[in-house]
Design a protein around this ligand. Structure first.
Ligand code: ATP
Ligand code: MG
Length: 438
């Protein structure tokens, strides 16, 4: 058979694009500077307050979260990514950091007569309804202090959160503060609360009815406008605090007053997790719609024993990184972009032979220099366009003539200045001075 004139395409048909998982986001390169800035400021401050990093698995036994966060919480009842692994064990993607950290402190024998300040950064997973500031994979910065009864450490931990928010440039937030007291004082209050809500049972929504049985304090946290009246008339927890709880709380307030950290006493702040006692707090903003909590925490003196460890007082907080990054965007705080100092334009055959070598030499001798070396060829003109787009301060220009003369052209891309020629021998010194690199 002879070939026909019909052209058969040999290119494979383009497959349909795979969609991302709902509620799970990519951090695109354009956002990297904002994220890295938040994380590097946080890391520096954590170290400055003597916190050490801890990393724990993203997956834990499901029982860990049930036992710590509580069977009657929203997280455990409807938000966990739970699955059986191939050996039939029920595992869960961590919905928060504290449970795994406590498990790790116990597993590694770190709580026997010891004190520890630790921090953790990483992704958390909750099967919530995705919306602004609420995702299914999100990221937290977490700090926890073990072995300190407070209230001094409670105050210091809040001071750290305050300093972090200030350092990154968040200014439209308010600190809400409350005490949940000891489990003993809470028991009495809980009875009063159940009696109050039971008297208005017909007005409760299904969520609140469910909480009435297992977790009545959480009704106070409801965002349902129809419930606000009966919530407003409910008994107030602070009226039921025992002596010890009052002393702890007033101690905390005194420390905060002493360093000028402003707070709002919010007796309705109960927080979603079961394990808190005494201090609870939340930094909130009105700039993110209903997802206003940017950093929340509290004391959890009973959790370590609940998970099988020796009695250890503990307190911690977690900050939602997506919400902070978004809040900074709303406030117009820009992170300096990670632009290179130099875009290295390399045009011509002999120039190409020298370009990479010269770039490496500069990296050896100019500490911290950022160079984007042109790769993949291109005309001089197109490379200059790329140089401009890169955000670099200068273009270094190496053509065949320059290579022959062992010089480069140096052109400022940001200010009007004549292009100059620099010999290879003094290039490192020249750039060190111009870029202010030690
Ligand atoms: P919310 O009341 O907004 O649901 P939460 O009480 O469930 O918050 P925590 O469990 O205390 O939140 O988590 C600490 C921080 O993590 C929150 O203050 C918030 O900034 C962030 N966060 C919590 N859930 C999400 C989520 N689904 N998506 C993005 N950030 C979240
Ligand atoms: Mg929540």
């Amino acid at each position: 058979m002879t070939s026909t004139s019909t052209q058969v395409s040999t290119a494979p048909a383009q497959a349909q694009a795979i969609q991302p998982v709902r509620g799970m986001n990519d951090m695109v390169p354009a956002d990297a500077a904002a994220w890295q800035r938040l994380e590097s400021i946080a890391r520096e401050l954590f170290t400055a307050y003597a916190y050490q990093e801890i990393r724990v698995p993203i997956v834990e036994h499901t029982g860990l979260f049930k036992r710590s966060i509580g069977e009657f919480t929203d997280i455990v009842q409807k938000e966990m990514f739970t699955f059986d692994d191939p050996s039939g064990d029920s595992l869960t993607l961590r919905p928060e950091g504290t449970a795994g950290i406590v498990r790790a402190m116990i597993s590694n024998g770190l709580l026997h007569n010891q004190r520890h300040r630790v921090w953790l950064a990483g992704p958390m997973f909750r099967h919530e309804k995705p919306q602004r500031g609420r995702f299914r994979q999100f990221h937290q910065l977490d700090v926890e202090a073990f072995g300190y009864a407070g209230p001094d450490i409670d105050a210091e931990l809040i001071m750290l959160s305050s300093r972090l928010l200030k350092a990154v440039g968040v200014d439209r937030v308010e600190l809400n503060l409350n005490s949940l007291g000891t489990p003993g004082s809470r028991r009495e209050y809980r009875e009063k609360l159940v009696a109050h809500f039971s008297a208005h049972k017909s007005k409760l929504d299904p969520d609140s009815l469910r909480r009435l049985e297992g977790n009545p304090l959480r009704i106070l946290d409801s965002k349902n406008p129809d419930l606000q009246d009966i919530i407003a008339t409910a008994p107030v927890l602070t009226d039921y605090l025992d002596e010890e709880s009052r002393a702890h709380f007033s101690g905390l307030c005194r420390h905060l007053d002493a360093v000028g950290i402003k707070y709002v006493l919010n007796p309705r702040l109960v927080r979603g997790l079961d394990y808190y006692s005494h201090t609870v707090f939340e930094w909130v903003t009105t700039e993110l719609g209903s997802q206003g909590a940017v950093c929340s925490g509290g004391r959890y003196d009973g959790l370590v024993t609940q998970l099988g460890g020796e009695p250890t007082p503990a307190i911690g907080w977690a900050l939602g990184q997506e919400r902070i990054v978004e809040l900074l965007r709303v406030q117009g705080v820009n992170a300096a972009a990670n632009a290179p100092d130099i875009y290295f334009v390399i045009a011509g055959q002999s120039a190409e032979a020298e370009g990479l070598r010269l770039s490496e030499k500069l990296r050896d001798s100019v500490p911290g220099i950022r160079i984007e070396t042109n790769c993949g060829g291109g005309s001089f003109k197109s490379q200059m366009k790329r140089a401009d787009k890169s955000g670099a301060a200068y273009a270094l220009i190496l053509g065949d003539t320059e290579t022959e003369r062992r010089i480069v052209g140096l052109k400022s891309l940001r200010v009007e200045q004549p292009q100059v020629e620099i010999s290879w021998d003094v290039l490192a010194t020249e750039l060190r001075n111009r870029l202010n690199k030690a």
